[in-house]
Design a protein around this ligand. Structure first.
Ligand code: ADP
Ligand code: MG
Length: 628
């Protein structure tokens, strides 16, 4: 037993009540982890106080200075001392912990910060004659003094963690801490579109001579109802690139409402950094929601890529517990299954509805590559954004209704498998009516991989390899859902040497693989015999296919769900059936590809989340040539 638990006589240590200062320092460990968490708490207080404008200044990553000023309701002079005491709050009376609408309610933030920094609280209450100010030094609360300021509150923290050097050591560079602060402010700004925010870095190097410092973030109050305001604010914060490549989400189920923006798969990121969730307006980092988002995109993104989204869940307060985490970053839903279901189905639905169009915009950066560098003078087209093509379901639906999906697609048109002819034909100029279709009429193939098609709006460029890979994948999935993937026997079984481990891994899954169209049998040693392969893969090399499947099984391990595994394997298989770049296509073959893309959900991005085609409107083309 640890000696701290006994006194010198070997008896149990006496139970003592911790001093207020010690209790505050302990609470601070949870509430104020780093400068960004202090900023978060202070800004939340300002929001709770009904502020219309919140100004934040930080220096040296928040380590030397954090100052948050608001024009909210303020604190009465007589309450200044109380505000700094533990478990003192004006926000709840303790009788109802369910209907909590404010950010704060635990009454821990100010005292915690007072315990780990030099804190000055200055406030003038609405209707009060004058302002008051009070300081906390090393946990000791001073006497309130008169001060000068307009209505509202300023909290200044200097030398954060000066009293807890251990914590100081864990902080990252000023730059990283500043970034975390900006992120915290951005999140809250997304949640509160009606409030103006500004964040400035006033480190000495930016504010020599007492200047204003450097602006890190600034948004004005958004107009409009909450929903429109939220969207406008997100547009401002996440930027035009996101807005142009995101789908608006609006769904409701059993009294739960989901709204916001979900990025197209092609906008994915290498880390889950651009995922913003709000529950009843509160920014949260909730595992359930993160997982639901991942689940919704599982089919559209390879492992290691993460969707971008800003999603708001709103429900009656009694259906979610916000008091499960000291910084309230996590919440607990009464019916987690319903929430997950709502998120997954709403996002999948939106992605499916976006259909093949799920990646049609060209990013400004990509377009820039089209433009020759201008030696001097203003750059052409600066400041314009690619036109957003976010057709409603109606538009796509109408276009598709005019066009019955091609049954069997390429098999019937003899493409790309067995009957590959290698013929080269001049593309035909006229395919009556096809120009009205979303992907238009194929006009040319460049570099044996890029199909150029003319549409009524302008032109599209298709990456034929990426597009075909996606089509094969979707076809495999469709077959699997219907009655198992159609197989095609090999004339002579192909013996593939995999090594004992990989061979065992593949054979263990032989039954599942059979359903996916791949028949493998043991061949002794580290080898397997491949007897049949999925028919849609055409002339795929069976050895390469099985090696890839073996790799996929090794990568996935046991942890992944069966569904995720199947999708990953199908996706790998699809690569083998795809027309590699470098194949010439006839006009008919190109047009068949375009028509099948239009008829196939999710064909706008390849299995790796890259776009399968981009479109340029005439207006954009004219811009490129300085005609507009
Ligand atoms: P909580 O936010 O959980 O109530 P805090 O320690 O953050 O606890 O704040 C304690 C109290 O101080 C709040 O309940 C509120 O009455 C008052 N207060 C803090 N910041 C502000 C502010 N910016 N404007 C008005 N009142 C504030
Ligand atoms: Mg608070």
């Amino acid at each position: 037993m640890n000696s701290h638990h006994r006194n010198m006589m070997g008896e149990p240590a006496r139970i003592r009540r911790l001093s207020e200062a010690a209790a505050n320092r302990i609470a601070a460990g949870e509430v104020v982890e780093r400068p960004a968490s202090a900023v978060k708490e202070l800004v939340e207080n300002a929001i709770d106080a009904g502020a219309a404008r919140i100004e934040i200044a930080v220096a040296d990553g928040g380590k030397t200075l954090i100052r948050v000023s608001d024009d909210g309701i303020g604190i009465a002079a007589g309450d200044l001392t109380l505000a700094l005491e533990r478990h003192a709050t004006s926000k709840i009376d303790g009788s109802d912990l369910v209907n909590i609408l404010s950010y704060g309610f635990r009454g821990e933030a100010l005292p915690s910060m007072g315990a780990v920094a030099r804190l000055t609280l200055t406030s003038r209450a609405a209707g009060a004659e004058a302002a008051g100010s009070i300081e906390v030094r090393a946990g000791a609360i001073g006497q309130p003094r008169p001060a000068a300021r307009g209505q509202g509150t300023t909290v200044e923290l200097r030398d954060l963690f000066c009293a807890t050097p251990a914590r100081l050591k864990f902080l990252r560079t000023d730059r990283a801490e500043t970034q975390a602060i900006a992120e915290a402010v951005r999140r809250l700004a997304m949640a509160e579109p009606g409030i103006a925010f500004s964040l400035r870095d006033v480190s000495a190097r930016y504010s020599d001579g007492g200047g204003e410092g450097r602006s890190l973030f600034r948004v004005e109050a958004e107009q409009g109802e909450l929903f429109d305001g939220r969207l406008a604010r997100i547009d401002h914060i996440l930027g035009g690139e996101f807005a142009a490549n995101a789908l608006a989400i609006e769904a409701e189920r059993d009294g739960l409402r989901l709204t916001g923006f979900a990025g197209l798969p092609t906008l994915s990121r290498g880390a889950a950094v651009a995922q913003h969730f709000f529950v009843n307006g509160r920014p949260v980092r909730d595992k359930l929601l993160v997982g639901a988002l991942r689940g919704a995109y599982a089919d559209f993104l390879p492992r290691g890529r993460h969707p971008v989204a800003a999603l708001f869940v709103d429900c009656a307060p009694e259906r979610v517990d916000v008091n499960v985490h000291p910084t309230k970053a996590e919440v607990r839903f009464r019916e987690p299954g319903v929430v997950r279901g709502l998120v997954v189905s709403a996002l999948r639905h939106a992605l499916a509805e976006a259909g093949h169009r799920a990646a049609t915009t060209v990013s400004t950066a990509a377009l820039g590559a089209f433009r020759p560098e201008l030696p001097a003078g203003p750059r052409l087209g600066q400041g314009w954004r690619p036109q957003i093509q976010r057709p409603g379901a109606g538009q796509i639906g109408a276009a598709l209704a005019a066009q019955a999906p091609l049954e069997g697609g390429f098999e019937e048109s003899g493409w790309p498998g067995a009957g590959w002819s290698g013929r080269v034909e001049q593309p035909v100029a006229d395919e009556t009516g096809a120009e009205d279709l979303p992907l238009g009429v194929a006009r040319a193939q460049l570099h044996e991989n890029y199909i150029i098609a003319q549409t009524t709006q302008g032109m599209v460029i298709v990456d034929q390899h990426a597009a075909h890979e996606r089509l094969v994948y979707e076809r495999l999935k469709r077959q699997l859902a219907e009655h198992g993937v159609k197989r095609q026997g090999l004339l002579i079984p192909e013996v593939v040497e995999l090594g004992p481990e990989a061979a065992a891994r593949v054979l263990e899954r032989a039954e599942e693989l059979a359903e996916l169209g791949l028949i493998v049998e043991p061949f002794g040693g580290g080898s397997v015999a491949v007897r049949e392969v999925p028919a849609v893969l055409g002339q795929a090399d069976p050895a390469a296919l099985v090696r890839d499947v073996a790799d996929e099984l090794a990568d996935l391990g046991e942890s992944e769900t069966l569904k995720a595994r199947i999708e990953a394997i199908l996706s790998r298989m699809a690569c083998h059936g795809s027309v590699r770049s470098g194949r010439r296509l006839t006009a008919d073959e190109m047009n068949a590809l375009l028509r099948e893309m239009e008829a196939t959900p999710h064909s706008g991005q390849c299995n790796h989340g890259r776009p399968t085609y981009v479109s340029l409107t005439l207006a954009q083309i004219e811009k490129l040539f300085g005609r507009r």
